[in-house]
Design a protein around this ligand. Structure first.
Ligand code: 3EB
Length: 358
């Protein structure tokens, strides 16, 4: 079977996304609510209804607010309906589902069913991912294409373990509990960042059909990282590729200055940026090798760049400008990165149609 046997050749549903200023994003959502999967904002003070609530079509990620004042807007060509199950809010169309979950991190550690006490981020991560997998399995969107994780105080330590490492334990347990680990093909592309405070927030894009996981020959698969990075390895792939017929989408995970399993260029944000982009180029080359008929290059992508120190922006932008066409959308945000020695993480997406819908 070639990978393009996945193609949904009949009556494809198109997926659109863009980065838009808040005013424009809200106008778009009001003028075309039928095909709106959702709007993601990366600050806390963005949008409230008259009663102070956030409308369900808008997800607010509490970052520091330093960064480009843009929203991520996801749309589709089929009608969208909204729903909630447990702690998840979602909007779905015939082929796609965009959902989010926010779980408060308990002060008191939870019992993890084995009579042991789990650190707090382990238990919320497991609960979040279990809810997500149940929703996807029961609603018929088993293909988890892309997932974004925002872990409060990600580099903080409690119960003797960094929050990101606690998170990895709970995430992996949920993957195991839902039998999603044996087939490495279906491990989703992901990003993992720190939020300023508050709940664990995860948002995700799922589909009726699975994407194909792509790994990076320059890096050890994250799910094979050695134990020096924590008791459980991180459960994500370097990229996910899906053939929707007319649209062939490549979701490249948050990518950092890691070779093998080791951080490179500690303290040098320019060199970390170049190494991250070399990793992205390697993932693209690997995709072009395994995904029949796909020929992506760096200029085809939209980028989201997370900076630990927002004052590094001019240096990082200068490096990206040398590598990527000025036409490529690049969205800069301040966020902590999952390893304390990483200064930058870059994610990239290609093949999602841009702008308004026909
Ligand atoms: C890395 O390659 C850098 O834990 O979901 C990037 C993307 C990173 C996703 C995750 C972590 C995650 O290990 C960190």
């Amino acid at each position: 079977m070639t990978l393009s046997a996945n193609a949904l050749l009949t009556d494809p549903e198109a997926l659109y996304f863009s980065y838009a200023p808040p005013g424009e994003a809200v106008l778009q959502s009001l003028s075309r609510p039928k095909g709106l999967l959702g709007i993601i904002t990366f600050r806390t003070d963005f949008f409230r209804d008259k009663d102070g609530a956030t409308p369900d079509r808008i997800l607010q990620i509490p970052l520091s607010g330093r960064g480009d004042d843009l929203c991520e807007v996801w749309k589709t060509t089929q009608p969208v309906v909204a729903g909630t199950v447990g702690d998840i809010s979602y909007r779905c169309s015939r082929d796609f589902l965009l959902g989010s979950i926010a779980l408060t991190v308990a002060d008191v550690p939870a019992d993890n069913h084995h009579g042991l006490i789990s650190p707090p981020l382990q238990s919320v991560a497991e609960r979040a991912y279990r809810q997500i997998f149940s929703l996807l399995d029961h609603h018929g969107y088993p293909g988890l294409l892309r997932i974004w994780n925002f872990v409060p105080n990600i580099n903080g330590v409690s119960h003797g373990l960094e929050h990101y490492r606690q998170f990895n334990m709970g995430r992996q347990e949920a993957f195991l509990a839902h039998s999603r680990l044996p087939s490495k093909q279906n491990i989703p592309a992901a990003s993992a960042l720190g939020s300023v405070d508050g709940p664990l927030i995860v948002y995700f894009l799922a589909a009726r059909h699975n994407s194909v996981a792509i790994e990076n020959p320059r890096q050890i698969s994250a799910y094979h990282y050695p134990r020096e990075y924590g008791p459980s390895s991180p459960t994500f792939s370097r990229a996910g590729w899906i053939d929707l017929g007319q649209q062939k989408i490549l979701f490249i995970s948050g990518t950092a200055s890691i070779i093998g399993h080791q951080t490179r260029h500690e303290g040098d944000v320019a060199a970390q940026t170049r190494e991250s982009m070399a990793n992205i180029a390697a993932v693209i080359a690997e995709t072009n090798r395994v995904a029949a008929g796909s020929f992506y290059d760096l200029n085809d992508f939209s980028y989201k760049v997370y900076l630990r120190q927002f004052t590094d922006l001019p240096v990082v932008r200068a490096e990206l400008d040398l590598l990527v066409t000025p036409e490529a959308p690049v969205f800069y945000l301040q966020a902590d990165i999952c390893r304390a020695d990483l200064l930058v993480e870059i994610e990239a997406t290609a093949g999602v149609l841009h702008g308004g819908m026909a």
